[in-house]
Ligand binder design. Structure first.
Ligand code: G3P
Length: 218
């Protein structure tokens, strides 16, 4: 199972990378705006800074929604660094662009997936990753995790190479459920990853061990 951190915050990315368990980063325009990055040069430099921290898999999202704009932007983004994965929205021109990028060997992440049909289309177009947004489905009373389970079954039926990247993962239980049903990747904020470290019995047990260690005259 791959762990991506869903942020454009360089400190959070460094913290996860230093833990030694990070497989990549996902960003989107909202996350870039949150860290105050503006202008094309600033944004491209920021993507490069992220690529310099992690080993691979930095999703950088196109803004265009028409085929020719998506292609132009995606090719520019892919030139920043070989670690870039071009993030393309789940729209008609996006699917056409994913097919183009796939034929050219440019990796893609199809974002804003909310149904199995959308994910099948993206996989058939050759997306490297599909990003179903489980938290946002839960927000509107749909079962986000059920979509992940459905996709795991469908992709196994046909041996699709596209990886299921569970996105909009809001808490540790989401992450654990994704692991149970077999999502290939989860992307979530750094605090969700760090939340996996925590257990009160670990803290209590360590405090006891450290107290008893004082008796050992080390
Ligand atoms: O990876 C997509 C993610 O950034 C969306 O998360 O919490 O805004 O639904 P959220």
């Amino acid at each position: 199972m791959k762990f991506f951190v869903d942020t454009a915050n360089l400190q959070d990315i460094k913290e996860c990378q230093e833990l030694g368990i990070l497989d990549g980063v996902t960003t989107n325009p909202s996350l870039m705006a949150k860290v105050g990055i503006t202008g094309k040069d600033g944004i491209f430099s920021h993507y490069k800074a992220i690529c310099d921290i992690v080993d691979d898999n930095v999703s950088a999202e196109v803004i265009g929604t028409e085929y020719k704009d998506i292609i132009r932007e995606g090719e520019e983004l892919a030139e920043i660094d070989p670690k870039i994965v071009v993030k393309v929205p789940m729209i008609k021109d996006g699917i056409r662009a994913i097919k183009y990028f796939s034929d050219k060997g440019i990796r893609t992440n199809c974002t804003l997936i909310f149904s199995a049909g959308q994910a099948i289309l993206a996989a058939k177009a050759g997306a490297t990753y599909v990003s179903p947004f489980i938290g946002r489905l839960d927000d509107v009373g749909s079962d986000g995790m059920a979509l992940i389970e459905q996709l795991v079954d469908i992709f196994a039926n046909y041996g699709f190479h596209t990886e299921i990247l569970a996105a909009s993962v809001r808490h540790t239980m989401h992450l654990l459920q994704c692991a149970e049903v077999g999502a290939d990747v989860v992307t979530c904020p750094a605090n969700v990853i760090m939340g996996l470290l925590k257990h009160p019995l670990t803290d209590k047990g360590l405090a006891t061990f450290l107290e008893d260690a004082k008796k050992l005259s080390l």
